[in-house]
Design a protein around this ligand. Structure first.
Ligand code: COA
Length: 438
């Protein structure tokens, strides 16, 4: 691990110099003009963040350091030739900017397994103090905050560390946190859904395989699914709510636990990560509505219309940036077609996919009528036996840690400043527009 850290530090020094030179020599270059619509419609088209880990193209979908998901499936190291790539390899790619060797992935895997053991008992006691029926995201975030007492970063700051060295305790905290999240997620899952019958970590397994194992799924099939799930949810450039919130809070030099907890609070929103649970809820209501296991296309449209008339959104469809079917949806559908083609929920998801883009397009206002990652992820997990919907966003969060926390290390390597955009009251915008102000 020391080798990887040394290499990362060297890259950090080099890129920090590049950033400094860019600002010094070209700081006055105009990037874009902003309009009232751009600011007041969620700032989606405003370039306001520096994020290196991944970039989202509206037509093509996500690329991690330039690699699409199908390319990653070919290039990233895997345990078996037929299996899915290891998420540890994607983490290495996002952090170091290079496809790792098998040996480098193994180093990360071992390091994470080693760190996973050291969760203090009080963290589990804190989870146990939360009511069992509290949403698993509440339990996850409570545990993340409880773990922040162990923050290397906070200690280093208090001891008066030079800011150019902040990346190092941040790195240590991030690795601890990523290592421990599967243990925490599995603990919450077994606590809530399996009468508290916990399963200890198996140090010989990889990060995602261990998560499946500790949740109680010791089969190659579920471990393969978990590796896929952990890779595709890991990052979606810097502006999505969980990434942006983690980065923003980190800009105050909050430790990685505080920063990541902020991101996870955002992920728990139904328009973001909680959409995976919402999709299953919507499908179950559709089945009740149609009084059948296989609703017809007309019934799907009828129920979608009812949802819209009730002032709600169709979960799993639409996106703030994407304008095509999300490749993360496609890769999951391919996985489902290969391994569980006849699973009842997968059939319903396929039927919804045939109907929904046309239906949403006809509404005339939805910018992207196509499915996103959440339109199928719950159906896929359910089809492999993980049927407890409230755990789905927690699994999303475990995966998301790899992207947003590797960015957080880079924020400190770049020595990015406190983030603090300016705000104005409504009257300021109206005055700019030449409107009368009463
Ligand atoms: C993801 C999402 C929040 C993006 O929001 P956005 O960028 O504001 O989307 P748009 O610009 O297309 O929104 C324009 C209008 O279409 C509506 N719309 C967008 N997606 C919709 C959907 N899936 N169902 C119904 N209406 C939708 C919006 O609510 C908005 O309506 P309004 O003008 O009455 O307020 C939105 O598509 C959504 O709510 N999707 C469902 C939740 C979901 O799947 N989230 C996970 C995203 S990965």
């Amino acid at each position: 691990m020391e080798e990887i850290k040394k290499k990362l530090h060297a890259k950090g020094l080099e890129r920090h110099e590049m950033l400094k030179k860019l600002i010094k020599d070209h700081g006055d270059v105009v990037l874009q003009q902003t309009t009232i619509d751009m600011v007041l419609s969620g700032q989606k088209s405003i370039v306001a963040l520096l994020t290196d880990t991944s970039k989202l193209d509206p037509e093509e979908g996500i690329r991690f350091k330039g690699f699409s998901i199908p390319e990653l499936q070919q290039k990233l190291p895997r345990l078996h030739p037929e299996g899915e790539p290891l998420p540890e390899g994607l983490f290495y790619l996002m952090l170091m900017g290079e496809i790792p060797s098998h040996a480098e992935v193994k180093t990360i895997s071992y390091d994470l397994a080693r760190r996973a053991h050291h969760i203090p008992q009080y963290v589990f006691d804190v989870i146990d103090a939360v009511p069992k029926d509290a949403h698993p995201m509440i339990q996850l975030n409570t545990a993340i905050l409880a773990m922040s007492t162990q923050s290397h970063f906070r200690k280093a700051y208090e001891e008066g560390m030079d800011k150019k060295d902040f990346w190092e305790p941040m790195f240590e905290g991030v690795m601890d946190l990523i290592a421990r999240l599967p243990v925490i997620a599995a603990y919450i899952y077994r606590r809530v859904f399996h009468r508290g019958q916990y399963i200890d970590i198996n140090p010989s397994l990889d990060w995602a395989g261990n998560l499946a194992y500790m949740m109680g799924y010791d089969t190659d099939a579920v471990k393969r699914l978990m590796r896929l799930y952990m890779v595709i949810h890991a990052d979606h450039e810097g502006g999505n709510v969980s990434a942006h919130a983690t980065h923003l809070v980190g800009s105050a030099l909050s430790n990685p636990y505080y920063s990541f907890a902020a991101g996870m609070n955002g992920l728990a929103g139904p328009l973001h990560g909680m959409a995976n649970q919402e999709v299953m809820h919507w499908i179950d209501k559709l089945l009740l509505f149609s009084e059948s296991c296989c609703p017809t296309k007309d019934q799907i449209k009828e129920f979608a219309l009812k949802t819209i008339s009730d002032g709600q959104v169709i979960p799993g469809y639409g996106h703030a940036v994407l304008r095509k079917t999300d490749p993360r949806f496609t890769v999951q559908l391919e996985f489902a077609n290969k391994y569980v083609p006849d699973a009842p929920y997968i059939k319903v998801v396929r039927d919804i996919y045939e109907v929904m883009p046309g239906f949403l397009d006809d509404l005339g206002k939805v910018k992207n009528p196509y499915p996103n990652v959440d339109a199928i992820s719950g159906a896929l997990l359910t089809s492999f036996g993980i049927t407890e919907h409230p755990i789905y966003t927690v699994l999303f969060g475990v995966s998301r840690s790899m992207g947003v926390l590797s960015s957080l290390i880079w924020d400190r390597l770049y020595q990015l400043p406190l983030e603090r955009p300016s705000s104005q009251p409504l009257e300021w915008f109206m005055k700019k527009a030449g409107m009368d102000i009463k």
